[in-house]
Design a protein around this ligand. Structure first.
Ligand code: MG
Length: 395
């Protein structure tokens, strides 16, 4: 099946959603409650969607290779594409979209995602609103496979919002104006090229993110500083091995306008991390060290903040639990991403109101995004009013 055919369901989806939003009766499926609702309320209350007894879920998927605009280098690897799997979840003429992004260093593959998805049997579920029940089942199918589980979770949430005729942020009671600015990642390169990449995005963002850990960290920051005065978040991706050197670098980075450091040391080096945390002049965020809520509970005392990513934790339900736990524990929250299409980025953006930092630029780093969704306007995540994740198929 071609990708265009795979995602074409959006056209009839819009028609179906409009019918619900306008309160149109759909083939006698909606229970008529006119006798029990006062006349003035009948006029302004759209008929809620009711699950259809005869309707069934249909889950389908398609491998899709993301093409990166610039080759992407972090501490330890470099690549020009990212494997991905697009997912569709259909129900009663509506379609929810999901996605599993698979950066090679995480150990998941297109095959492992497809194998997992082929095990997902939703035939016993009748109510598409029972997200927790459905995801409990999906999560029970294996101990890992977080990106594949995230793909199902994201598609379920998109479907959920479309059936409700509302954007997810509104269903969750969030303020769409409280979204954060997103950082834009300047990948590892020569100092000259990093300065050039920074100039390319001048004026579009309010904060930059820079990958460090290759050995010439301060030269790279100085190159960026030569063309930009924006605050910088740095991500070391476990690339520093010596705690004294790490502490020295953090002081030098602070002097250069860096505002936080992500995963400075190897994730299992708890002893040196505790030492560094006690002395560090900048907040330290966990990324590789925290995949899900269980990890967060275990190591939250070692960090000042956490980078929550849907592909690490298995979707929006788990991400929301992590966000709540982190905030209750006094940790700062960053919402992050892999290189992804606008599907998974828009999903994370739905729960971004109120978080401290966002690094949701993965869709901006690819040249073949099949969707349009959340926009970045003047550096800020800007949600739309479309139902579900707010997606349309790119023209
Ligand atoms: Mg990171």
């Amino acid at each position: 099946m071609k990708r265009r055919d795979f995602i074409r369901g959006a056209a009839y989806l819009a028609v179906g959603t409009a019918a619900v939003a306008c309160g149109l009766k759909r083939g006698g499926r909606v229970k008529d409650t006119s006798e029990t609702i006062p006349a003035q309320e009948q006029d302004r209350s759209p008929r809620p969607y009711q699950p259809i007894e005869s309707a069934r879920f249909k889950l389908s998927w398609e491998p899709f290779e993301l093409s990166l605009i610039h080759s992407f280098t972090v501490s330890g690897s470099s690549r020009t594409t990212t494997p991905d799997v697009l997912v569709r979840l259909e129900y009663d003429g509506y379609t929810g979209y999901g996605e599993a992004s698979l950066p090679p260093y995480l150990g998941h593959t297109v095959d492992s995602v497809c194998k997992f998805l082929s095990k997902v049997d939703l035939s016993s579920f009748r109510d598409p609103f029972r997200l927790t029940e459905i995801m409990d089942y999906v999560n029970s199918l294996s101990d890992g496979d977080a990106p594949a589980k995230a793909a199902v979770d994201i598609a379920l949430h998109d479907l959920f919002g479309k059936l409700m005729g509302q954007p997810l942020w509104r269903i969750k009671g969030l303020d769409p104006t409280a979204t954060p600015n997103t950082s834009f990642t300047i990948g590892m390169d020569t100092p000259e090229n990093m300065a050039a990449k920074t100039k390319e995005v001048e004026g579009k963002y309010k904060i930059l993110k820079v990958k460090l850990g290759a050995g010439n960290d301060l030269a790279m920051i100085d190159a960026i500083r030569s063309v930009s005065s924006l605050p910088i978040a740095v991500d070391v991706n476990q690339g520093w091995k010596d705690r004294m050197k790490a502490l020295y670098e953090m002081y030098a980075l602070k002097e250069r306008g860096v505002v936080l450091v992500e995963q400075p040391l190897p994730k299992n080096n708890f002893k040196d991390l505790a030492w560094l945390s006690e002395r560090a002049p900048l907040p330290i965020f966990a990324d590789e060290a925290v995949q899900n809520l269980a990890d967060l509970k275990r190591i939250s005392h070692l960090y000042n903040g956490v980078n929550i990513k849907l592909m690490k934790c298995g979707g929006l339900l788990e991400a929301e639990k992590m966000k709540a736990y982190a905030k209750a524990s006094g940790l700062k929250v960053m919402l992050g991403c892999m290189t992804e299409t606008s599907c998974a980025i828009s999903a994370a953006a739905q729960i971004s109101p109120g978080v401290d930092f966002a690094d949701l630029d993965g869709n901006l780093l690819i040249s073949n995004d099949p969707f349009e969704g959340v926009k970045i306007i003047d550096g800020k995540i800007t949600l739309n009013n479309l139902p579900g994740l707010g997606l349309t198929v790119a023209g």
